[in-house]
Design a protein around this ligand. Sequence first.
Ligand SMILES: *[C@@H]1O[C@H](CO)[C@@H](O)[C@H](O)[C@H]1NC(C)=O
Ligand SMILES: *[C@@H]1O[C@H](CO)[C@@H](O)[C@H](O)[C@H]1NC(C)=O
Ligand SMILES: *[C@@H]1O[C@H](CO)[C@@H](O)[C@H](O)[C@H]1NC(C)=O
Ligand SMILES: *[C@@H]1O[C@H](CO)[C@@H](O)[C@H](O)[C@H]1NC(C)=O
Ligand SMILES: *[C@@H]1O[C@H](CO)[C@@H](O)[C@H](O)[C@H]1NC(C)=O
Ligand SMILES: *[C@@H]1O[C@H](CO)[C@@H](O)[C@H](O)[C@H]1NC(C)=O
Ligand SMILES: *[C@@H]1O[C@H](CO)[C@@H](O)[C@H](O)[C@H]1NC(C)=O
Length: 668
Amino acid sequence: MAAAVAIFSFAFVLLFPLVAQSQQVEFIYTGFNGSETNIITTEGATIIKPSGALRLTNLSHNVAGHAFYHKPIQMIDTNYSFNTSFVFAIVPPSSGEGGYGLAFILSPSTKFPGAQPGHYLGIFNEANNGNASNHIFAVEFDTVKGFKEPSDSEGNHVGVNINGMTSKYTRPASYFVGSDESNADEMQLESVDRIQAWIEYDGLQKVVKVTISPASKPKPTIPLISKNINLTPVLEEMMYVGFSAATGNKSSSHYILGWSFSQKGEAPPLNISLLPLPLPREKNPSSFKPFTAVIASLSVFTFILLGLLFFLTLYRKLAHHESLEEWELDCPHRFRYRDLYAATKGFKQSEVIGVGGFGAVYKGILLTTTGSELAVKKIMRSSTQGTREFAAEIESLGRLRHKNLVNLQGWCKHKNDLLIVYDYVPNGSLDSLIFKPKNNRVLPWDTRFNILKGVACGLLYLHEEWEQVVIHRDVKSSNVLIDAEMNARLGDFGLARLYDHEKPSHTTNVVGTIGYIAPELARTGKVSTSSDVFAYGMLLLEVAAGRRPIDSSSFVLIDHVMECHQMGTVREAVDPKLNSIYVIDEVELVLELGLLCSHHRPEARPTMRQVTRYLSRDDPLPAINDWGSVDSQSFSEMNSRMLLEAVSSNTITSASGNFSTTSIDTGR
Ligand SMILES: *[C@@H]1O[C@H](CO)[C@@H](O)[C@H](O)[C@H]1NC(C)=O
Ligand SMILES: *[C@@H]1O[C@H](CO)[C@@H](O)[C@H](O)[C@H]1NC(C)=O
Ligand SMILES: *[C@@H]1O[C@H](CO)[C@@H](O)[C@H](O)[C@H]1NC(C)=O
Ligand SMILES: *[C@@H]1O[C@H](CO)[C@@H](O)[C@H](O)[C@H]1NC(C)=O
Ligand SMILES: *[C@@H]1O[C@H](CO)[C@@H](O)[C@H](O)[C@H]1NC(C)=O
Ligand SMILES: *[C@@H]1O[C@H](CO)[C@@H](O)[C@H](O)[C@H]1NC(C)=O
Ligand SMILES: *[C@@H]1O[C@H](CO)[C@@H](O)[C@H](O)[C@H]1NC(C)=O
């Protein structure tokens, strides 16, 4: 009986500060209680919740919160060595992304006058950031893409900081499984899940070690960060130890659920099962009676149920609201893996709508919003190398917005997979509409012409109208998707560049698809806007003729069209499936422009701006005889020779093996 009472008071009090008699401090908090005087909290939204959780910030924007052990600790005695362990949780809003982070800090003071929230985590500000007179050591758990590019360019990272927010060392949040340093499991700092961290400093060897793992797992044997850092010049003799957290434009609630610290051995182990949960949960601190317990648990249950209902309603509202905001802000979005997982029914095979060199494309229905449809491209990656560049690239591509591009909605990283989320485009690819139409429905000429104009507008935007030049590198009919209004949307732009980040050594990687690769690209591997124009020219010919640029019977479309043109029988090159229902002027324009764009000499090709002017007949197409100095016979020979070279060349074959089938072939 006495034992039972002891256990329960143990469970409900949840707190045992032990201060050693000597100068060496050791303490452990298994949760915090409201009347705790040994923890000082300052500022903002920092409170101790009834559950025993210490909440540093709530979901308000641009707030900071601090909590410290109540008195400064003498550090010089132990050559500044210490060990500490704590369990934290970063809870994002119930919808959308949260933001900013949490840090364990050693600081000469508990006050941070002028400190800024957001990236400065409530510790520093623009003026004193990095100043050696700060004497602050911090280990940050940051969820937002970095402070001052490119140092912390990845969100969801752990960083070791001295006197400022530019981390000396950072690692993506992860932990090593077993004793295998190549086997790291990634973690989402920002999830409701509790995470345990260990920070150890050995003042003799001058080594800082930081380790994290899910709270349910034992301490990993290999630290995430283990670096030689001398804290002697950084720290002062007496230091406060504690935490700082902040929110910015984005916000999450930051909780500390348990904490131990020691200067005379390992940090006392935290019994995870005794720690509070991050989300508010009623606790009944009265003495234990079975009846009260039943009532209490019933009311807790009802409370949770009601809370759940409330959250669900709120969630939907917020989620809806957020998707509107997202469009307005024109801002790419980091998706949550679990949302994408649910949207694609767990990446089920039946949801695959296309398979390409980069990986499979799944159709998804986002359950958290009004059920908007999306296409999720799952890129399987063998290594985590280049992830930062990947993310940065995607963030940048995500800002491209044009009515003739497949909008990139966002991305998500999960373990070694990268997921890229696009608008779902219902009518599939141009390739399938021309070559594999449903019910043999022939794509009429006016639609084809309109699609070609759309592709030209999309390419013009990529080449000339955005803040930087984006070379598509894989223009082809299977990358042209057709929306519900039968407008063209160019997909997969810029992805080839991502591929380069993966394999930085292969500088001469030729990417593209056989038949669309410009001759100079095959020769030198150098991409340019005019190699995109070449591929666009092939697309023009393909759409008008209803035939692929080259096929297995060594048919070369450009030669065929050139021949027809020279014989004055250009109509023979037109897709017979059109049944002569077309505007002859338009078809001729498309075929001739196709020949011009696919000129073997890049300088002879028009720019995409000129192409759009020719297509809208703002400018007349130059007569075929004026095309540079080459006569059309050698022009045609040159092209087919280049194409055949391209086909036989090893590099291209292997590269196109990776890229040629990238498409979103949707059914409907
Ligand atoms: C909180 O913890 C302190 C120290 O253990 C204890 O004295 C106090 O009674 C506790 N308060 C509550 C409300 O449990
Ligand atoms: C966060 O806490 C502050 C201070 O207690 C309060 O004014 C604010 O309304 C809270 N915000 C939210 C979103 O709960
Ligand atoms: C601190 O370091 C000095 C040598 O740098 C060593 O002699 C001393 O024993 C150390 N003190 C402690 C408490 O470890
Ligand atoms: C660093 O801070 C100190 C004290 O606030 C100040 O006197 C000094 O000018 C600062 N140094 C720099 C480089 O800003
Ligand atoms: C926060 O949002 C405001 C308005 O949306 C914007 O002007 C400001 O630059 C943002 N600040 C940061 C640090 O992103
Ligand atoms: C920290 O823990 C290690 C064992 O993990 C121990 O060797 C070391 O002495 C401890 N440091 C302090 C200051 O207690
Ligand atoms: C953690 O606490 C639970 C509940 O009091 C207890 O049963 C368990 O033995 C404890 N675990 C450790 C490792 O102390």
